[in-house]
Design a protein around this ligand. Sequence first.
Ligand code: NDP
Ligand code: PYC
Length: 336
Amino acid sequence: MSESVEMSLAEAYDLSLGCLLANGCDGENARAVTETMIAAERDGAASHGLFRLPGYVAALRSGKVDGGAAPTVNRLAPGVVQVDGHGGFAPLALERGRAPLVEATREQGIAALSLIRIHHFAALWVEIEALCEAGLAALACTAYMPAMAPAGGREALYGTNPMAFGWPRRNGPPVVFDQASAAMARGEVMIAAREGHELPPGVGLNPDGQATTDPNEVLKGVMLPFGGYKGSSIAMMVELLAAGLVGERFSFEAAQHDNKDGGPPRGGEFILALDPARFGDAGWMDHCEGFFEKMLSIEGVRLPGSRRHANRDKMAAGAIKLPAQLHEKIQELAGK
Ligand code: NDP
Ligand code: PYC
């Protein structure tokens, strides 16, 4: 384990905000991006926390991303809300789309949010939890740049293409799963490389197409889908929803246009929201609570998202440990 620097969440927030402001983000974008990364730090999701800040800054410095972008909202159809991010980072666009999506979903029982011209570099549970806290069930997905081979192939075509789904609870946090369609998020592979850890088998191939558990070799080679052809089909679905449907770039197209500065490429996101109260079963909440109870009555079973929430509870009065090299890098990027 590398050396680390301990800091409170408030200190980490200030560090990130200052760094983004110093690199051309306006206040609203710097706040929204910072909140997303700090939420990940708080929940122990390091691969999508401050680890991403150098990439966000690279995209600002190269001019790929507009740190002052003001997302606009359009109601394309009764059940389709579109947010145009105008080339900015995803968090502010997601924030701007949330209230119109909740309103459309409550009106109709089901509605979708289509995000275009955004740069997504984060975990998806952030947007899902916010919708579940408004009493809705939701599903989100986004594509990236080619990192993973379709089942049977050895050439990257799909992004690591995450999909997240969440369900509201009566008391306590929603149940949310959020998973890459790759065997592991690429950020986790990068962290394994940084920490000198081996990967479990099945994550990827080296540049010669041979299976390897060396994260550095996987990063040079190609990642594999989880569960073989099953994860591969989910990755394909994500490409079709987050690019084909919303009218944005497929991962391979995003890479063709990207300047390879290490920051997130331009792409899209698709979110589907459902209001369980509009599906005809007044007792849906009790029914589903009973289902979760049943699940948890089986020894060894936990709900997805419970690890994050346990970390969140622990972190309430605690401190995060930022790798010293990353801390130094962020300070340098902030001009300190
Ligand atoms: P993991 O494999 O670590 O976890 C996937 C999900 O499974 C989580 O919801 C996790 O809940 C749940 N889970 C894990 N173990 C269990 C268990 N024993 N029982 C029940 N549920 C369990 O995540 P990934 O490596 O696939 O992805 C990590 C992150 O990377 C995600 O947040 C994803 O959005 C992000 N990502 C973003 C991309 C982008 O393009 N923006 C691309 C790819 C990934 P818990 O958190 O509680 O452990
Ligand atoms: O961890 O695979 C990943 C990832 C890609 C974009 C953001 N995170």
